[in-house]
Design a protein around this ligand. Structure first.
Ligand code: HEC
Length: 116
């Protein structure tokens, strides 16, 4: 019981830190802009993907997978390593709101996701 309580306290504390440590969005985006463009709508090399207009949930998942190493890419693993959950959420929301030449259609079975 005491162990469970300690674990729970630890989890709550860790979540709080992750949210608190969120850096200003401008600062975060500034780093990513070197490869993805300021709005995520440019690819400064053909191997750099367009982020603008992509689903928020997709971007969030991709960044979490780079951070954990589940998705392996030498560049992006390093880029995502120090992002907090709050950073990832803010970045994913930011890029999903940007207009891009690429079009990501709404997921057909989930109407709530359209235009996110
Ligand atoms: C030095 C160049 C570089 C920088 C800086 C960079 N990226 Fe990337 N990014 C890449 C490359 C290359 C890929 C493709 C990796 C792969 O093949 O998985 C990528 C992939 C991604 C993807 C996956 C897109 C998809 O369609 O699956 C996301 C999301 C992403 N980057 C977000 C970011 C964010 C947010 C930042 C800033 C914190 C950032 N990137 C900084 C080069 C960069």
């Amino acid at each position: 019981m005491r162990k469970t309580l300690a674990l729970l306290t630890f989890c709550v504390a860790t979540t709080a830190v992750a949210e608190e440590e969120r850096r200003p969005l401008e600062q975060l985006v500034g780093t990513c802009a070197a490869c993805h463009g300021q709005r995520g709508d440019e690819a400064l090399q053909p191997s750099y993907p367009i982020l603008a207009g992509q689903h928020q949930s997709y971007l969030e998942q991709a960044l979490k997978q780079y951070r954990s190493g589940e998705r392996n890419n030498a560049i992006m693993n390093g880029q995502a390593a120090n992002l907090s959950d709050g950073d990832i959420k803010a970045l994913a929301a930011y890029y999903s709101r940007q207009e891009a030449a690429l079009y990501t259609p709404a997921y057909p079975d989930r109407e709530g996701q359209a235009g996110e």
